[in-house]
Design a protein around this ligand. Structure first.
Ligand SMILES: Nc1ncnc2c1ncn2[C@@H]1O[C@H](COP(=O)(O)OP(=O)(O)OP(=O)(O)O)[C@@H](O)[C@H]1O
Ligand SMILES: [Mg+2]
Length: 249
């Protein structure tokens, strides 16, 4: 049985989508079969971060509501073997998507793939709750600012309420000098959210550059620091011990 992980944050714009794409690519590059699902109805953009925007024709509503078999609905990445994608619908009413159906889809995905990563929308409303259905673990993506931390705390409480108790923390867009100037430390961030650190991702211009060019980070700049951080996280998720990356400045 594969693992199912929701990538979430509470606050918008913390890097959930970029991280989902980078982690999924890194896991697939290590030889795993990976499905990533965009659960951000209307504001979907995981396809862009994966460089799949012109290739996707099915979304998760085709599976949950339309009866399309999951295996037929997913799109395999043409350049990253083992990486599969299922999109989000542009228009859909959350109230019409049954949670049981979404959970059943994730459970089926776990029988077909080693990893199933779900990119959650911003906020803690209906979309967030739908994206958590069937998840065994959550990766809370946080940036160093206070508002992101506070929203991550709220997300952690909501995840507990939903029965997801294995909470991992990814601190994104790390700029040590900025953290220091705000008289804080990464330990403070970990303590305030109350989740186990799975990785630090440095601020890296290659992340927006790759997305703007419609290329997965792994192919655009495989040796860049953000790609390396994602590869380290993939290793840790797979149970291997990897030292934390040293991030200068
Ligand atoms: N490590 C990073 N370094 C530099 N820029 C980054 C990094 N991570 C993400 N970004 C940029 O931050 C912006 C927001 O990222 P992203 O869309 O992944 O966030 P999100 O949490 O999915 O947003 P939303 O809540 O709207 O879905 C994008 O422009 C992305 O390129
Ligand atoms: Mg997003």
């Amino acid at each position: 049985m594969g693992s199912s992980i929701v990538i979430t944050s509470g606050k918008g714009g913390t890097g959930k989508t970029s991280l989902t794409a980078a982690l999924a690519s890194a896991l697939a590059a290590s030889g795993a079969r990976v499905l990533c699902i965009d659960a951000d109805i209307g504001l979907r953009n995981l396809d862009l971060s994966l460089g799949l925007s012109d290739m996707v024709c099915r979304d998760f509503c085709d599976v949950v509501l339309g009866g399309c078999p999951l295996e037929e609905a997913v799109t395999e990445h043409p350049l990253i073997p083992g990486l599969f994608f299922l999109g989000a619908p542009v228009f859909a009413d959350h109230t019409e998507i049954p949670h049981e159906g979404f959970t059943a889809m994730i459970e089926e995905a776990r029988t077909l793939f080693d990893w199933c990563l779900v990119d959650s929308p911003a906020g803690l409303g209906r979309g967030f709750r739908l994206s958590c259905c069937g998840a065994e673990k959550a990766v809370i993506t946080v940036t160093a600012d206070d508002s992101s931390r506070r929203d991550a705390q709220r997300a952690a409480s909501e995840l507990y309420e939903l029965g997801i108790t294995e909470l991992l923390l990814a601190v994104n867009r790390v700029r040590p000098r900025l953290i220091k100037r705000s008289r804080s430390t990464v330990d403070d961030i970990i303590d305030s959210v109350g989740a186990r650190l799975i990785g630090l991702v440095p601020e890296d211009d290659n992340v927006p550059l790759a997305a703007n060019l419609g290329k997965p980070l792994l192919l655009y700049a495989p040796k860049c620091r953000a790609a390396k951080a994602a590869a380290n996280m993939a290793e840790r998720l797979s149970g291997r011990r990897v030292p934390l990356m040293k991030i200068g400045k």
